[in-house]
Ligand binder design. Structure first.
Ligand code: ACM
Length: 525
């Protein structure tokens, strides 16, 4: 740590020394407050000048936490892929060093949330302060969004990318900001999931919920029960070949997400939505449910595990245990929705028994709002999608609530009558409707303190690859990023839609297939 501090001191001295020889660059006037940042930060104070990002810039990070160096390297990699500039990270031999980006661990009282950050952009230095590497990572996304695509080649004898100067103070409104991907109705490859994670990270999401099992397919290798994937993994909606993640592939997704400070929430949906599991192991099947067979249709509510059998719980102990061991995050999602053929008493018994198994494996249970019918622990979380009364009941019981109202956040709903993909059972969700609601007040009687955050689920009955996934997710998911992060008083459709229009260069560079709604005046080249 001392060694690094000395290096930094030398680097700063070097910059100071270089200044005396360097001729003054006439950087253009800027306005940090008009930068099209999404999510909009809490506070932005422009100072009108600029930081010239060029080959004379180096990145340094604190050494009090090795995760900070990874964040510095991530920034360097992203700058390289965006504008082709290779910036050294923590390399004191940098001879041409003129400007510095310093990513610093700070315990400032202003940084109350672990994801808070402060960004100070001056002529010759950028200082990014954060309490944790997660906070630094969120601040790095702001910096990425501030770097223009094009350099100004008239300022010096080499290209310079002009970043507006000023100060940004920022922190998230909610600690849980997620999206969900249904990899069960259609299977998505590891590369497709990673591409979605990359875009979520850019907009400061911190959670990806993976819906890993449903009637049409089981998508995660369980070593102690191999038929789940051998039999249950070989089908999907529409009759395609399905697929599944090996445990190595799942761990790869988890690690890729963790490098972007995103937590994976695994979901095994039960006791309903379990046809693929019961087809693999018929002892799981509940007498009141439809006989298991390969299902490629889109019906729901006909399958169930047998809540009365001890062997079902031994099976679930193995399944939950193997998945929990590979999932460093705090949560395990048990689904619990639409168990229409399960007797209510069996459903309640099942949820209460499975909650204990989840807790035994050191995870907090999440379940769709139906789980509030059971006597769940206050540490368990209800995931609101369609029953306000169950969300309120769970909150009264002390549980936290994740907000995914189907009418506002279901990414699989069509935008409008001309949408190519998607369903309509919760209505059309145009881009402005998706943005103009407040998670804190949407359910009457739900106290704000009980809201853990917001999640935008993407069910995959009508989509089967990245192009189709992106068509439904973008641009709506970008708005949910802002609803989850920015203070309510900053949420303004007219202001937001201008910033959204300015996302085109990023979406195009990342080859993201967004829906070009006419509600937004897209900034095309
Ligand atoms: C759900 O949409 N069945 C949670």
């Amino acid at each position: 740590m001392i060694y690094r501090s000395i290096l930094l001191f030398v680097a700063v001295l070097c910059i100071a020394a270089c200044q005396t020889e360097k001729k003054e660059i006439n950087l253009p006037k800027t306005d940090l407050a008009s930068a099209p940042l999404i999510p909009k930060p809490i506070k932005t104070i422009p100072t009108g000048s600029a930081f010239g990002l060029d080959a004379g810039t180096a990145i340094y990070t604190t050494t009090t936490d090795p995760e900070f160096e990874k964040v510095g390297q991530f920034l360097s990699d992203q700058i390289k892929s965006k504008i082709g500039l290779a910036l050294a990270v923590n390399n004191p031999s940098e001879a041409t060093l003129e400007r510095l980006i310093y990513i610093n661990q700070s315990d400032s009282v202003e940084l109350e949330s672990p994801e808070a950050y402060q960004l100070y952009i001056k002529k010759d230095s950028i200082l990014l302060n954060a309490k944790t590497a997660a906070g630094a990572f969120r601040g790095v996304q702001t910096l990425r969004q501030l770097i223009p695509e094009k350099s100004n080649d008239t300022l010096t004898d080499r290209p310079m990318w002009v970043i507006p100067s000023g100060k940004i103070i920022d922190a998230p409104k909610f600690g849980y900001r997620g999206s969900m991907l249904d990899v069960a109705r259609h299977f998505f490859t590891v590369e497709e999931v990673k591409k979605y994670i990359d875009a979520l990270a850019y907009y400061k999401f911190n959670t990806l919920h993976l819906h890993l099992s449903d009637d049409q397919g089981w998508r995660i290798e369980i070593k102690s029960w191999p038929k789940l994937t051998e039999v249950g993994g070989a089908s999907e909606v529409g009759g395609g070949e399905g697929g599944f993640y090996t445990q190595e592939q799942y761990k790869d997704i988890v690690a890729y997400a963790a490098d972007r400070h995103i937590t994976i929430v695994p979901e095994i949906d039960m006791p309903g939505h379990t046809n693929a599991a019961s087809l693999s192991y018929p002892f799981l099947h509940y007498a009141g449910a439809e006989t298991p067979r390969v299902r490629t249709d889109m019906k729901v509510g006909y399958s169930s595990f047998d809540a009365q059998k001890d062997t079902v719980y031994s099976f679930l102990d193995d399944v939950i245990g193997e998945i929990a061991d590979m999932s460093p995050g705090p949560y395990f999602h048990i689904g619990g929705d639409e168990s229409h053929v399960t007797k209510k008493s069996d459903y309640i018994l099942f949820v209460e028994k499975v909650e204990k198994i989840v807790q035994k494996h050191n995870k907090r249970m999440i379940g769709w709002n139906e789980i509030a019918q059971a006597d769940i622990d206050a540490s368990s979380i209800a995931h609101f999608w369609n029953e306000p009364e169950n969300a309120v009941k769970a909150a009264e019981n002390g549980s936290k609530i994740i907000m995914s109202p189907a009418k506002k956040t279901y990414l699989d709903m069509k935008y409008d009558s001309i949408s190519e993909y998607g369903l309509t059972w919760a209505g059309y969700i145009p881009v402005d409707v998706a943005y103009q609601w407040d998670p804190a007040t949407y359910v009457e009687g739900l106290p704000t303190e009980s809201i853990l955050g917001i999640e935008a689920p993407l069910w995959s009955e009508t989509i089967s690859n990245s192009t189709e996934l992106e068509y439904l997710a973008f641009p709506r998911v970008i708005g949910y990023a802002e609803l989850g992060w920015s203070p309510s008083e900053h949420l303004n459709w007219d202001d937001y839609k201008k910033r959204l229009a300015a996302q085109v260069p990023y979406l195009e560079a990342m080859q993201i297939n967004y829906y070009p709604t006419k509600l937004v005046d897209w900034k095309k080249e």
